[in-house]
Write a protein that binds this ligand. Structure first.
Ligand code: G
Ligand code: G
Ligand code: MN
Ligand code: NA
Length: 253
C-alpha cells in the first residue's frame, strides 16, 4: 500500500525515468531501434528497477497512467533522436492489464495523432503471458493496435504458456526469443534446436525475429549463422539514457 501511494506521487512529480537499450541488425550490429526500460528515481532509495514497482502498479490500477506516461515520454524522446537524424524504431513494453483496459487502444491512437509520430516506428512489446489471461480481450486489443499500424512484438517468447494457436490471426511483426535460450545457444544443442525453430516460426509467420540477452561474440556469431534478424544484449549495449545510446559495431572478416 505504501508503494502504491508513493508511486502515485512519483507519477505526479515526474520521478520515473526511461533508459534505452539498442536493438541491432545482424550481422553488423548497426542500431535499428531502441527499447524503453522504465526506472524510478526514488528520492530515498535511489534508482529502482521495474521489478521493484511494476507488480504494485499492475495490482493497483496505476499501470494505466504509468504506461501512458511511458508512451508520452518515449515518443517525446524519439522525436528528439529523429531530429538528430537517427531513424530508430521505439519499442515500449506494455502490460497484460493495458490490453484489458477499454481506453488503451484509443489512447495510443490519439497520442500518435497528437504527436504526429509514425505508427510504423512504434513497436509495442507484449509478453506471451498477456495472451494467457483474458485471451479474447487481449487478442481484440492487439488486432486494433495492428490496425493503427503499430508493430506488435511478442516478448520473452518461449517462456510463457501461450498456445501457438493464439499467434494465428494476430498482426505480429516481431518475436523476441527469451534470453534463457540465448544464453548458451553457442554451446547447448537443445537451446540451438529451440532457437532454430523459433527463427523458422517467426519467418514463417512473416515476422522479424530478435534474440535477447546476447552477451558474447560467440553467441552473436551463432545467431548470424542461424539467420536471426536482430540482437539485443550487453554485447551491443546496456540500457542508458537516450543521449548516450550507442552500439558496439561488429565487423567480421
Ligand atoms: O530493465 P529491466 O531489465 O530491469 O526490465 C525488467 C523487466 O521490466 C523486463 O521484463 C521489462 O519488459 C519490464 N519493463 C521495463 N520497462 C517497462 C515498462 O515501461 N512497462 C512495462 N509494462 N514493463 C517494463
Ligand atoms: O523482458 P524484457 O526483454 O523487456 O527485459 C529487458 C531486460 O533484460 C532489461 O531489464 C535489461 O536490463 C535486461 N537485459 C538486456 N540485455 C541483457 C543481457 O545481455 N543479459 C542480461 N542478463 N540481461 C539483459
Ligand atoms: Mn521487452
Ligand atoms: Na524479454
Amino acid at each position: 500500500l505504501k508503494v502504491q501511494a508513493e508511486l502515485r506521487h512519483a507519477l505526479e512529480r515526474d520521478e520515473l525515468v526511461l533508459w534505452y537499450q539498442p536493438k541491432v541488425g545482424l550481422p553488423g550490429a548497426e542500431i535499428n531501434g531502441v527499447e524503453a526500460l522504465v526506472r524510478w528515481q526514488h528520492p530515498e532509495r535511489g534508482l529502482l528497477p521495474p521489478g521493484e514497482f511494476l507488480p504494485a502498479a499492475e495490482h493497483s490500477g496505476l499501470i494505466a497512467p504509468l504506461t501512458e506516461w511511458v508512451l508520452r515520454r518515449a515518443l517525446d524522446d524519439q522525436a528528439g533522436w529523429i531530429a538528430t537524424g537517427q531513424d530508430w524504431t521505439l519499442s515500449v513494453n506494455i502490460s497484460a492489464r493495458n490490453l484489458e483496459s477499454t481506453g488503451f487502444v484509443g489512447f495510443v491512437g490519439a497520442l500518435l495523432a497528437a504527436t504526429g509520430a509514425r505508427p510504423d516506428r512504434l513497436i509495442l512489446e507484449v509478453t506471451e503471458t498477456a495472451l494467457a489471461g483474458d485471451v479474447e480481450t487481449a487478442m481484440r486489443a492487439i488486432k486494433e493496435l495492428g490496425t493503427l499500424g503499430v508493430g506488435i512484438s511478442v516478448d520473452d517468447f518461449g517462456t510463457g504458456y501461450t498456445s501457438l494457436s493464439h499467434l494465428r490471426g494476430l498482426p505480429i511483426t516481431e518475436i523476441k526469443i527469451d534470453r534463457a535460450f540465448v544464453a548458451d545457444v553457442d554451446r547447448d544443442p537443445q537451446s540451438q534446436a529451440i532457437v532454430r525453430s523459433v527463427i523458422d516460426l517467426a519467418h514463417g509467420l512473416g515476422s522479424r525475429v530478435t534474440a535477447e540477452g546476447v552477451e558474447t561474440l560467440e553467441i552473436h556469431r551463432w545467431l548470424v549463422e542461424a539467420g536471426c534478424d536482430e540482437g539485443q544484449g550487453w554485447l551491443y549495449g546496456r540500457p542508458v539514457p537516450w543521449p548516450q545510446v550507442a552500439a558496439k559495431v561488429i565487423v567480421e572478416p
